[in-house]
Design a protein around this ligand. Structure first.
Ligand code: BMA
Length: 328
């Protein structure tokens, strides 16, 4: 199998819309959002916080679908254009080498990362509380569960797309067993994607939109200026949590070192599909597609824990914005 094409950052067929006239924001929304309605498949109550990747010249993904029992699980999907998706009505059936790990509590907020020779999926996996499950697929046909990376409680496990100094690297957000009212981003190393250690603090909460907790979003993107990390930040209003997202640049060789970090958010919940739904006021990014030659970036995010939406940006403009609006 030729496995080199997935690693390339040349993706001329990703979704795109030009910046609307008069819009000076660093990123802008797709005008036909949401791209995935809550009821795309019969079993779904809602489809959001999901991950897409290039696959065989088209696109594939792992989607968070909460069903009508309100169980949280992950489903497979395919698309020709990364906008119109076909999703399986049944959740992914993971193959478990160790039956101890095969129990189901919940699986949610997946990320998918092409790493060396396969697609790794990380998600918030219930094993006596939320932790980070890691699995992989070569073909989006069979899916293999590897291990839970950490002890509970943890969320937002996001792999870097290559080894750094010989080791696999993952961001995560230690948390609690509820709707965590705190949370900073940490980084861990592994020789084999099973045993994780050498934990490093990356960054913590700040003022305003990121004052309650923060968590890594899409797989970091390697740029000459550092790893571009899009991350969510939460503030607590008189009406509950508000989820926005911003971006940081991390050192290429020591990615726990933050070079720049946006003081303003990039996008906050302002449209109907971000403000109205099962959990109001949530914009939660889990994936991005990047075409390096054109600089085009397409960011996938969940709206109000109900639907899936898309936003666009130009990499050079975004990096300039992160650098000139930074407060570490
Ligand atoms: C977090 C996760 C996300 C969700 C967010 C807002 O704890 O459950 O999946 O989008 O809360 O409800």
């Amino acid at each position: 199998m030729d496995t080199t094409f997935e690693a390339t950052l040349t993706l001329p067929n990703i979704p795109w819309q030009d910046r609307p006239a008069g819009n000076n924001a660093p990123i802008w929304r797709y005008s036909h959002n949401p791209i995935i309605p809550r009821n795309l498949i019969p079993s779904a109550n809602s489809i959001f916080n999901s991950a897409v990747v290039p696959f065989n010249g088209k696109f594939a993904g792992v989607f968070r679908c909460d069903n009508k029992k309100r169980e949280m699980n992950v489903h497979r999907g395919f698309s020709d254009d990364a906008i119109n998706w076909q999703l399986d009505d049944d959740p992914i059936e993971w193959r478990f080498a160790d039956p101890e790990l095969a129990g189901f509590e919940h699986r949610y907020d997946p990320r998918v990362t092409w790493l060396e020779d396969r697609y790794y999926v990380t998600w918030c996996n219930g094993y006596h509380g939320p932790t980070i499950g890691i699995g992989y697929t070569h073909d989006f046909e069979s899916f293999h569960f590897l291990e839970n990376a950490y002890l509970p409680f943890n969320r937002n496990g996001v792999l870097f797309p290559r080894r750094i100094n010989g080791k696999y690297v993952m961001l995560s957000r230690p948390s609690d067993n509820g709707h965590t009212p705190f949370g900073d981003i940490y980084l861990s190393h592994s020789p084999d994607l099973v045993y994780w250690g050498e934990h490093r603090y990356v960054m913590g909460v700040k003022g305003g939109w990121q004052s309650t907790k923060i968590g890594a979003g899409p797989t970091p993107i390697e740029t000459p200026e550092g790893w571009l990390l899009i991350y969510h930040g939460v503030l607590t209003s008189c009406n509950g949590f508000v989820y926005s997202f911003g971006a940081a640049l991390l050192d290429l060789d020591q990615p726990w070192k933050v070079l720049y970090r946006t003081a303003p958010y990039l996008l906050s919940p302002q449209t109907l599909y971000e403000c109205v739904g099962d959990v109001p006021n949530v914009a939660f990014p889990c994936a991005a597609l990047y075409d390096e030659p054109s600089g085009r970036l397409a960011i996938y995010y969940g709206g109000a824990d109900t639907v899936t939406a898309l936003a666009f940006g130009q990499m050079n403009d975004l990096i300039d914005y992160v650098k000139s609006n930074s407060q570490i």
